[in-house]
Design a protein around this ligand. Structure first.
Ligand SMILES: Nc1ncnc2c1ncn2[C@@H]1O[C@H](COP(=O)(O)OP(=O)(O)O)[C@@H](O)[C@H]1O
Ligand SMILES: [Mg+2]
Length: 324
């Protein structure tokens, strides 16, 4: 029986979602193979809640726990932290130094995939289309008129490092520009402003099983809001998610081949979701999620399900990878 630390929480606007994800992992873990320990990581406070209110602090020297006289060491980590420090490479660096394996992408692929500006630059180097953009950091001067002249309206303002659409705005008129920038700056000190790409939103999920790469059926996201914002993502009935997506077979194959190529080029691990916009001028890369949502309603479990893989099988593949 292996001890698996399921880490969740984190220090971003996705805290609540991550707590949910962690609980889902705990509930669907294959109990015949693993003993799951749900650990909350928040700032400097890392703990295991044994029974309600009874917190056991993690010993960060060796990532272990003392629970009622037992010293618990972990064979592996199931990473369910969306946002920092779970999706950007930070906790990966810590675990690497301790030699504890984890289910997600490593330090460099996490850091790269989590910064939308850096990731777009990397992806476009392969000749893949990404939205035209400008970026700036807190304190740097930007000229809204110039940006609007360059990118047109509407445009998207987003934190370079965020998720769940937290801090993301679609700006239709120049007078809403500053407000959108402030909202993005509240999440991250770096902001990315992108031209609007009109088209259909498609997602491609993958998981590696050792060296083998399993590519799931595509999902089309149809938001009832102006874009796929936080409300559309997490409110029942605000978006429809169609799996498998109804797209031409050649387009589907292109997206799957491209996602598998990018997974390998970026050195991804575990399950990852690549998002695209299929516009009039072809396919645009939108972003990659190294710690995608994994509640029962989330896209990736839906994709796995359409492939004939249960959520427990998906988690088992990700954990078994650690002990090959
Ligand atoms: N350049 C863009 N053109 C069109 N829609 C966009 C663009 N950027 C973001 N969006 C919309 O905003 C949503 C959130 O943006 P995204 O970059 O995926 O951030 P997050 O990591 O928070 O999900 C997307 O799912 C899409 O609906
Ligand atoms: Mg997204």
């Amino acid at each position: 029986m292996k001890n698996i630390a399921i880490i969740c929480g984190g220090d971003s606007g996705e805290y609540d979602i991550s707590i949910k994800s962690g609980r889902v992992v705990g509930a669907h873990l294959d109990r015949s193979k693993y003993k799951g320990w749900l650990l909350e990581v928040k700032g400097n406070e890392w703990f295991y809640e044994h029974t309600e209110g009874q917190k056991h602090v993690v010993d960060k020297n060796d990532f272990s726990l003392n629970v009622e006289g037992d010293h618990i060491r972990f064979d592996g980590v199931f990473n369910a932290i969306h946002g920092t420090p779970g999706e950007d490479g930070k906790i990966q660096g810590y675990l690497d130094m301790l030699g504890i394996p984890y289910t997600s992408c490593g330090v460099d692929s996490s850091a790269l995939s989590f910064n939308k500006h850096l990731c777009n630059k990397f992806i476009s180097a392969y000749g893949i289309s990404v939205a035209n953009s400008v970026t700036f950091r807190k304190g740097e001067k930007i000229n809204p008129e110039e940006v609007i002249d360059t990118l047109g309206l509407p445009l998207f303002v987003k934190p370079a490092r965020s998720g769940s659409s937290v801090g993301v705005s679609k700006v239709h008129t120049a007078d809403r520009f500053d407000e959108a920038v402030q909202k993005a700056l509240a999440e991250d000190e770096q902001v990315l402003i992108e031209e609007f790409i009109a088209g259909r939103e498609l997602a491609c999920g993958l998981v590696n099983k050792g060296e083998e790469l399993i590519v799931f059926p595509l999902t089309e996201i149809i938001s009832k809001k102006d874009f796929f914002d936080y409300e559309a993502k997490y409110t029942e009935g605000m978006a429809s998610e169609v799996t498998p997506a109804s797209v031409d077979a050649d387009v589907e194959q292109d997206i799957k081949t491209l996602s598998a190529f990018l997974f390998r080029q970026m050195g991804c691990k575990g399950f990852v979701r690549f998002d695209y916009i299929l516009g009039e001028r072809g396919l645009y890369f939108l972003e990659v999620n190294a710690i995608p949502g994994i509640t029962e309603e989330s896209l990736l479990p839906q994709m796995a399900n359409a492939f004939g893989m249960s959520i427990t099988e998906l988690f088992t593949i990700a954990i078994d990878n650690l002990f090959e």
